[in-house]
Write a protein that binds this ligand. Structure first.
Ligand code: G4P
Length: 535
């Protein structure tokens, strides 16, 4: 039976309400700035986990909610991005974890496509660090609004104005302080909320309860003197004057347009300033916005037709379930269990009978999902990163850019080559962990291309742990791969002996080069051939 007018109106009301309460974000930082600690405190505060240390324990013993690979635990780095979801004050919050290590920047790039805003964590003693800058650039490319948390105020910190200035100069975004630190390190007394005119005192003792912010009249009031002492009060009065006169005024619209980042000071480890920060995130961060699709189409989240795209594929997330999961970011409409959707690339229908929500290692089936949500489709068959799924009218989101591989190695299985090895390498390539190339001449062992050295270790460890395959990784001197676009690939001249002819996993011709000079020389010799960095 066709839905009645009333049914359709009720569905659209529900859809609108669900979209409005969604907040989907990721945290970026340079390693060690405190991303994991802040994640844990946010989850603790939201009641999504019960124990400190559940996200990760000490460096020597990590029990991860968000880190599920043993290797991540051993090395204390977060490699695979996972989704953490929780409800707070009527909001439905999804936090996508991003790998902090630069060797996994491609994974992070893809994850940042799936969020609506970002939290940037800086170490107050270090300010903007190289990895922060790289990740911020990705946020800028995606036009993502960024909230900043300056962490570790309990330790000696740089001057707050210097930190704001660095954000503005190095990242090229206006920085609007929302609170102001009262001292730092052993002298740290708390923060002054510039909007609410309140002082949040830093309590060093573990009292088991959170301090409430204390409302005060103004920075120069008697109450402030009593709370923080004359010296800190004087510094605060001067700072407030400077901010009012020459500082960046907070402007929500500018934040939404990614032209300004509101800045908060605190200490994640001491659970200080986390609560107001999370409140600000809920009230300021945007709910899912329209997304551009191919053909000049803008997909509105409240379009009743479901659409979403795959930004991550992960095999063997849980050794108990030997399966593959495609992570889908819902962009429009309502996703219901057992829904029939189409994969736009393959133009094939697919019934979504096994749709899950993940929380680290745990999973539960999802009866429905709304824009902003991230769900996992289990055993998705031929789905690949960047695929669009839709129900109703056809839509296709732009392909996800692949990073050019910079390091190459030949994989040699310990035993004789077998089908399982080929399959395992193919699966890892579909996950986006590696690019695989097969040499046309000589030994037909797969060559893998990656961005960073650590990925080789992960490939080797995963082949062993998940597929029981031992293999050696023989590093090669090559530095670049180019797909060659021409009618007759065999006619391409490769005058340098180091140039290696290969095919990719779809059988398309690719050349590997040992230097950029070799690449340019080959390009000069073949002026009619197109050399593509990625496909
Ligand atoms: P990351 O995910 O960005 O890499 O950083 P992570 O949270 O792992 O924090 C890095 C180190 O900084 C950890 O110490 C953590 O305890 C510490 N830290 C985080 N927030 C604060 C803070 O507000 N103040 C202070 N003083 N330290 C903070 P670690 O000794 O390297 O590891 P662990 O043994 O504590 O796990």
């Amino acid at each position: 039976m066709a839905p009645s007018f009333d049914d359709a109106t009720a569905a659209s009301d529900t859809l609108g309400r669900e979209i409005a309460r969604r907040r989907t974000f990721a945290i970026i930082s340079h390693p060690d700035a405190g991303k994991t600690t802040l994640t844990e405190k946010l989850l603790l505060y939201a009641g999504a986990i019960e124990l400190a240390g559940a996200v990760r324990g000490s460096k020597t013993q990590r029990h991860a909610v968000s880190d599920f690979m043993e290797m991540e635990q051993q090395r204390g780095i977060s490699i695979s991005a996972s989704a953490l979801e929780f409800e707070l004050h009527g909001h439905h919050v999804t936090l996508l974890d991003t790998p902090g290590h630069q060797d996994f920047s491609e994974d992070t790039f893809r994850t940042l496509l799936a969020v609506d805003s970002v939290v940037m964590v800086l170490d107050a003693a270090k300010g903007v660090e190289p990895q922060t800058l790289k990740l911020f650039d990705v946020c800028r490319q995606h036009g993502l609004p960024v909230l900043t948390f300056i962490n570790k105020l309990d330790q000696p910190a740089r001057d707050p104005f210097e930190l704001l200035d660095q954000i503005e100069k190095v990242l090229g975004i206006a920085a609007a302080p929302r609170n102001w630190p009262l001292g730092d390190g052993p002298d740290f007394k708390g923060v002054y909320d510039l909007d609410a005119n309140s002082v949040l005192l830093y309590e060093r003792r573990k009292t088991g309860r959170r301090m409430e912010p204390l409302l005060v009249a103004a920075p120069d009031s008697q109450e402030v003197t009593g709370l923080v002492g004359e010296r800190r009060q004087q510094a605060l009065i001067e700072a407030v004057d400077i901010i009012a006169g020459a500082g960046t005024r907070f402007d929500r619209e500018q934040y939404r347009l990614a032209k300004q980042t509101p800045v908060f000071f605190g200490s994640a480890l001491n659970d200080f300033g986390v609560e107001p920060f999370l409140e600000a995130l809920l009230s300021l961060a945007p709910s899912p916005a329209p997304r551009p699709a191919e053909g000049d189409v803008l997909v509105e989240p409240d379009d009743p037709d479901f659409s979403g795209f795959i930004f991550k594929i992960q095999a063997n997330m849980n050794p108990r379930h030997r399966d593959r999961v495609a992570f889908v970011r819902v962009c429009s409409g309502r996703l219901a269990k057992d829904m029939l959707v189409t994969n736009a690339r393959l133009d094939t229908p697919l019934r979504l009978s096994r749709v899950y929500r993940f929380f680290g290692r745990d999973r539960e089936t999802v009866p429905e999902a709304y824009p902003g949500d991230v769900v996992g489709v289990v055993n998705p068959g031929r789905m690949a990163i960047g695929d669009t799924l839709y129900a109703g009218k056809a839509v296709r989101f732009p392909p996800i850019q692949q990073f050019p591989a910079e390091q190459f190695a030949m994989l040699r299985p310990g035993e004789l080559r077998h089908k399982r090895f080929d399959e395992a390498v193919l699966q890892l390539s579909e996950e986006g962990l590696l690019q695989v190339f097969m040499p046309i001449h000589g030994v037909r062992n797969p060559i893998v291309g990656v961005i960073g050295q650590l990925q080789f270790d992960v490939i080797q460890a995963r082949l062993q742990a998940e597929y029981g395959i031992q293999c050696t990784v023989d590093r090669m001197a090559h530095v670049a791969a180019r797909w060659i676009i021409t009618e007759d690939p065999s006619s391409v001249q490769t005058p340098m002996s180091g140039v290696l002819q290969c095919t990719d996993r779809l059988g398309r011709p690719v050349l590997l080069f040992q230097s950029n000079w070799e690449l340019r020389f080959t390009m000069d010799k073949n002026p009619t051939v197109e050399f593509r960095e990625s496909m």
